[in-house]
Design a protein around this ligand. Structure first.
Ligand code: ADP
Length: 299
């Protein structure tokens, strides 16, 4: 069982030859609308693996909100905790240039209205699960309330994205804190200059979390609890699109932890899920089933 607390966005994507300057209009390709947001991505990734998954999130009473509810439902996510209304559904306006570089404007919308009261009102969802996974595309005070509502002995997994400073109370609950290289650099600031990822993992652990995972793209991941840093090998695949790989990794890891796996074992499984996710385009559309993960690790 897994409860994800986080964001749900509609990703609006347009290919452009070049970005407009101030006051300028450019023509682009056809609009593509994809369900996204780190919370919804994580929930769909876990549900695709056949994990019993619930999402606590907020969307607007609009077409984008219905798109998200449909895609979550189709993946098998329990959407009873997806609240509707308060603001328009969160949107990411994405332009992609011919080099494949993205420019993104995010309107958090309803995500910014997911409140501590919403967390308290979802007590039933918290009672039903031992593992809760969150990210930072919702208000920080809401994440603080999530930590306070864990069942006794419950486990909290956090991907601090977008990265920002965290209260000690949240850091102390993370088991693990999961960061990619970019997030590690932002959180550590000057402290990571000159060091290598194993040093980052130890520095992050010294900041308060019970354990740390640093994901390294095609290089796999590092797991750090106590003095040991363990390397989790990656799976060699032909990467097509890495969008959402970290969300799939985090969801898979949290689910395996909830099923009783040790951290390194859960991370090894998550690395296979992440690898499978980069072999297809998109985020949620790219997430593998448990059978596809098995097939990949046999390859
Ligand atoms: P994010 O998507 O947050 O930037 P990463 O790029 O580190 O995070 O990817 C998360 C995980 O997905 C990695 O730890 C790895 O297990 C897997 N992964 C990502 N890219 C690749 C790749 N090119 N080949 C194999 N596995 C990958």
């Amino acid at each position: 069982d897994l409860l994800v607390v986080g964001s749900a966005n509609a990703d609006l994507v347009i290919d452009v030859e070049r970005r407009p300057a101030a006051g300028e209009t450019v023509l682009g390709g056809d609009l593509a609308v994809h369900p996204g947001g780190k919370g919804a991505n994580q929930a769909v990734a876990a549900a695709r693996l056949d994990a019993r998954t619930a999402l606590l999130a907020r969307v607007g009473d609009d077409g984008h909100g219905r798109l998200l509810l449909d895609s979550l439902g189709a993946a098998g996510v329990d959407t009873a905790g997806v609240l509707v209304g308060g603001a328009p559904t969160g949107v990411a306006l994405i332009t992609v240039d011919p080099l494949g570089d993205n420019s993104i404007v995010v309107s958090p919308g309803a995500n910014s209205r997911l409140s501590p009261e919403d967390v308290r009102a979802a007590a039933g969802l918290f009672r039903a699960t031992r593992v809760v996974s969150a990210q930072l595309e919702i208000p920080l005070e809401t994440v603080v309330e999530v930590v306070r509502n864990l069942v006794p002995g419950g486990r909290f997994v956090l991907n601090p994205s977008p990265p920002r400073e965290l209260p000690a109370e949240v850091l102390a609950a993370c088991d693990p804190l999961i960061v990619n290289e970019h997030e590690a650099r932002v959180i550590l600031g000057d402290a990571c200059v000159g060091g290598e990822p194993a040093d980052w993992a130890r520095l992050l652990l010294a900041g308060g979390p019970r354990s740390v995972v640093v994901t390294l793209g095609a290089e796999g991941a590092l797991v750090c609890a106590g003095a040991d840093v363990t390397r989790v090998p990656s799976v060699r695949v032909d990467a097509v699109d890495t969008t959402g790989a970290g969300d799939a990794f985090t969801a898979a890891l949290a689910w395996r932890l909830g099923a009783g796996a040790a951290l390194a074992e859960a991370a090894a499984y998550a690395a296979r899920v992440g690898a499978a996710a980069v072999t297809r385009r998109g985020a949620q559309e790219s997430y593998p089933t448990a059978e596809e993960v098995e097939a990949l690790c046999g390859a």
